[in-house]
Design a protein around this ligand. Structure first.
Ligand code: SF4
Length: 408
């Protein structure tokens, strides 16, 4: 008969532990954390802490695991983003929150073969033109992080529904390289049938050679790198962050361009980087990268430092650069080249103006928002005072299966 040893070693792939002043800080997916009182853990058994494991003496493993799971449940309720320091909500397969319905997390299907994947929110930069109001000066009060396997499983269902070749486009409201399991996410998305590639946006500030190698090994097809100026001062001003180091990002870009497709994707912010744009075209050509210049656009909830340039002016600039550098820069050509095409539309369970019952699940990202659920979608509801239960809402937005509503 096998004797049960009375000590338990619990190992974790997604958690890391750090002891500090009577507390155990538990990091989840590298950039989210909560603190646990050490005494609560010592009541389980004699405690030893390792980076990815905990050992409890004097207790069988099954009991230690069950007691520690209860500690985890309480801890996740006070999860915070390590970079933004804001409270964060963990959306997992048992949370009861579907992954379609929000622009801030989960999946967005804009009725093309490109499926947007949003594993987390929150950014370490503070770009002066940020269309989604992320970074240090954001007025949002909470962040979101999504369970990797839940995201992949829901992506697979959506890709199957589309029934055509698709591309996974990691396009967070925030910086995706802050998502600890990003290489594993890319690998899993890449393995879904009919996925012809995984593409992601990044500001590049977290990347280094080792991280780039991991992204390449995971099968990343293309990195869209936002890089808005080569001049040190202008780059810092545009990033809204004094620690922004363009010289480091240049090296990152050169290294990345040799490992996968690299698209340098500057935003032209009139008056801020006019003379930087040609330099960026030259830089992209020199390192063997592509270049895709974007016009700064006004967004109601974004940061808007200048008036948006007209499309005529923008395209005039592109065609002048095309002549100067002999490259294709116009949108239609890029669209064609990247093979974006319309697909079967995902049915929408609501129409604009419809009144529906929705269950309140968690606070939203702005102070007056709640994430509610109805009809297999999550809905961002403003003006909802309730923290739980079912509320009546009027749907105010349905475009691309992103649902906003007001509480009635
Ligand atoms: S890097 Fe992107 S998400 Fe972050 S502040 Fe800049 S524009 Fe916004």
């Amino acid at each position: 008969m096998e004797l049960l040893s009375k000590s338990a070693r619990l190992e974790f792939g997604d958690l890391e532990f750090e002891e500090r002043d009577g507390l155990l800080r538990v990091f989840f997916y590298r950039n989210f954390f909560f603190d646990v009182d050490r005494g609560a853990l010592e009541s389980i058994g004699e405690l030893a802490v390792g980076r990815n494991f905990l050992e409890f003496g004097g207790v069988h493993e099954a009991r230690a695991r069950s007691l520690f799971n209860a500690v985890l449940d309480r801890g996740f309720a006070s999860l915070r983003h390590r970079v933004t320091k804001k409270p964060a909500f963990y959306i997992h397969r048992y949370s009861g929150i579907p992954l379609i319905g929000s622009n801030a997390f989960g999946l967005v299907d804009r009725n093309t073969n490109i499926i947007e994947v949003k594993p987390l929110s929150g950014c370490n930069e503070n770009c002066i033109y940020c269309s989604v109001d992320e970074g240090l000066s954001t007025s949002k009060v909470a962040d979101v992080v999504v369970e990797r396997s839940y995201l992949v499983d829901e992506f697979r269902k959506l890709a199957e529904f589309k029934g055509c070749e698709t591309e996974a486009y990691i396009n967070s409201q925030g910086e995706p390289t802050l998502y600890g399991p990003l290489p594993a996410l890319i690998r899993d998305l890449r393995a879904v049938d009919n996925v012809r590639g995984v593409v992601m946006n990044s500001n590049g500030s977290v990347l280094d050679e080792e991280y780039i190698d991991r992204l390449a090994a995971a099968g990343l097809k293309r990195l869209n790198l936002s890089l808005n100026a080569l001049d040190e001062r202008k780059a810092k001003v545009l990033a809204g962050w004094g620690l922004y180091d363009i010289n480091r990002i240049r090296k990152v870009a050169e290294y990345a361009a040799a490992r996968f497709e690299l698209l340098i994707a500057p935003v032209w912010v009139p008056g801020f980087n006019d003379e930087e744009i040609p330099k960026l075209v030259r830089f992209a050509l020199d390192i063997g990268a592509r270049i895709g210049i974007q016009n700064y656009l006004f967004y109601r909830k974004g940061r808007n430092p200048v008036k948006q340039a007209s499309w005529e002016r923008f395209y005039a600039m592109l065609s002048s650069l095309e002549k100067e550098f002999g490259v294709n820069l116009t949108k239609m050509e890029l669209k064609d080249e990247f093979r974006i095409h319309p697909t079967k539309n995902l049915p929408k369970p609501f129409r604009k103006g419809q009144v529906a019952d929705a269950e309140v699940k968690c606070p939203g990202r702005y102070p007056d928002e709640k994430v509610c659920v109805s009809g297999g979608r999550n809905i961002t509801v403003t003006g909802c005072a309730r923290d739980r239960g079912v509320v009546k809402v009027r749907i105010t937005r349905t475009k691309h299966n992103v649902f906003d509503a007001v509480a009635l």
